[in-house]
Design a binder for this molecule. Structure first.
Ligand code: FPP
Length: 249
């Protein structure tokens, strides 16, 4: 089926995932297969980033979250970190106009204070530049770790308790969710991981309680709109029960 036919099938199927999250994996292996350094894979991964942003926007998703750089990624060789930060900055500088034209708001999730100033400033500027866009949110998880996010949320709640603003007995799921970096966004409906790995890797642990997983063996630099659409079509066929039983049984 062509890309266009896949897209039409998704739109006519209704039940579009409101929020898609992606663990972009396999850049290093893709480069290795070609006898190139790992960063070559990251550079080619940018084509896939553009494809999924456009693809999610085209079918009407409200949010797309990309796991671009984890807390654990700080342990990679300094040269690789430098290239990843440069790619992020270039992506943001090059795409910010395009994002605004397509009414996409950019948001970054993670401990941004650890990010190099040049990249951080570019991100902050682009977030401001797209702040009034409302058709879709593009979340880049950078310097992100889900446990760290939960730690930050617990600290924020603790501060409110210490100042008497909050009673511990009033803490429920909603109060915790409000303190996460994803406050205001629906939980992901669909989580895609490329390169065949079956791990969560400290990504959105709280938010994926009822998320549908889709694992593909495609390596990230090869991932294109048609692959995204296949994942969404697969999602649309699933029966989501959220712990309940089927209403007809
Ligand atoms: C995983 O592949 C990928 C990453 C750690 C980085 C992903 C980043 C990009 C595609 C570039 C910047 C992104 C944006 C959103 C502008 P890996 O290196 O772990 O691959 P491997 O498992 O094959 O070694």
């Amino acid at each position: 089926m062509s890309e266009q036919q896949l897209k039409e099938q998704i739109i006519s199927g209704g039940n579009i995932p409101r929020h898609v999250a992606i663990i972009m994996d396999g850049n290093g292996r893709w480069a290795q297969e070609r006898g190139k350094p790992r960063v070559f894979g990251h550079q080619h991964g940018m084509h896939a980033v553009r494809a999924v942003v456009e693809g999610c926007r085209d079918v009407g998703c409200e949010a797309l979250t990309l796991y671009a750089f984890s807390e654990e990624n700080w342990k990679r060789p300094a040269a690789e970190i430098k290239v990843l930060m440069r790619l992020l900055r270039h992506y943001i500088e090059r795409e910010r106009n395009n994002l605004r034209e397509n009414d996409i708001r950019l948001q970054c999730l993670g401990r941004m204070e650890k990010v190099a100033p040049a990249a951080r400033e570019a991100m902050e500027e682009a977030m401001e530049y797209t702040s009034s866009c409302s058709s879709m949110v593009l979340n880049l998880a950078i310097s992100y770790g889900s446990r760290a996010e939960i730690v930050d949320a617990v600290r924020a709640l603790g501060r409110e308790i210490a100042t008497g603003k909050l009673d511990p007995g009033d803490i429920g799921e909603e109060q915790i969710a409000e303190k996460l970096y994803t406050d205001g966004l629906p939980d992901p409906d669909l989580l895609i991981r490329t390169s065949g790995e079956m791990r969560i890797s400290n990504f959105l642990l709280w938010q994926i309680a009822y998320t549908e997983f889709y694992i593909t063996s495609v390596l990230w630099p090869d991932f294109r709109k048609a692959d995204l659409y296949e994942a969404i079509l697969d999602f649309q066929k699933r029966e989501r029960r959220f712990g309940m039983v089927k209403s007809s049984v």
